[in-house]
Design a protein around this ligand. Structure first.
Ligand SMILES: Nc1ncnc2c1ncn2[C@@H]1O[C@H](COP(=O)(O)OP(=O)(O)OP(=O)(O)O)[C@@H](O)[C@H]1O
Ligand SMILES: [Mg+2]
Length: 231
């Protein structure tokens, strides 16, 4: 091959080389520019998302306050002090005894009235609600579960059972292993509601009292009552 024919090829190669060299020199600036533009786009998207979030949070808080107001109004209308009566099933022993002559009856029209017929005399009791013997633990709990919401809203709430021995206080409040009572159901609901609100800070000093003529103490130890924070 002759040297003269190589000359144009060398010129082309030199020009390609210079072009590539320029591109390589410009590459860092191009890269920096591209990164800068991408950053700007990302910042814009983040700012859009955060302003949407702020808006949603504002609406959520407004709705929460509205819900709280409505709930409190409902609780106030229902009455801050409510008395329920739960009639437990008659035991075999009672069926055979003279006490079985004492008869309880219910009003099919009004679930807040209870009639007690004893020795020919009928007494009427007006309560907030009467639970018949077939009422389940779930039904009883449903009637008080709104108090858990009040508790989360910061109100002091107290639920207690009162009655003579064997009337069903422990069954209603503690329940049995496969059919828990109000205590367990309320705590389960309380913890699940609170866990759902992870953006909230909760401190729940709670005490669970079992008070009879014989014993008096907190369920979770004497002092201090349980305290926990979620953030
Ligand atoms: N609603 C109910 N359904 C079925 N069984 C019930 C119900 N209520 C109470 N019982 C049963 O009646 C019995 C007495 O109930 P419980 O022990 O709850 O009474 P108590 O009021 O706690 O009595 P004490 O004051 O002596 O502790 C238990 O065997 C309990 O399982
Ligand atoms: Mg008991």
């Amino acid at each position: 091959m002759n040297l003269l024919s190589l000359h144009p090829a060398l010129r082309t190669l030199t020009s390609d080389y210079n072009c590539l060299k320029r591109q390589v020199q410009e590459f860092p600036f191009m890269l920096e520019k591209a990164i800068g533009e991408a950053k700007q786009e990302i910042c814009q998207v983040i700012s859009d998302v955060s302003s949407t979030n702020e808006e949603l949070l504002r609406k959520y808080k407004r709705e929460m306050n509205l819900r709280k107001k409505c709930h409190n109004e409902l609780v106030r209308l229902k009455g801050n002090i409510r008395v329920f009566c739960r009639v437990r099933p008659v035991s075999q022993e009672e069926q055979d005894s003279a006490d079985s002559k004492t008869m309880l009856s219910f009003d099919s029209e009004d679930d807040a009235v209870l009639y007690l017929c004893n020795k020919g005399k009928t007494m009427t009791f007006d309560l907030d609600k009467v639970f018949a013997p077939h009422a389940t633990q779930e039904e009883v709990f449903q009637e008080v579960q709104s108090l858990v919401t009040s508790c989360i809203d910061g109100f002091n709430v107290c639920i207690f059972a009162y009655g003579q021995t064997g009337s069903g206080k422990t069954f209603t409040m503690e329940g049995v292993l496969d059919n828990p009572g109000i205590n367990q159901r309320a705590l389960r609901l309380l913890f699940s509601e609170v866990t759902d609100k992870l953006d909230w800070d909760y401190k729940s000093p709670s005490a669970w009292w079992r008070s009879t003529t014989r014993c008096c103490g907190t369920f979770w130890g004497k002092t201090p009552p349980i305290s926990w924070t979620l953030s």
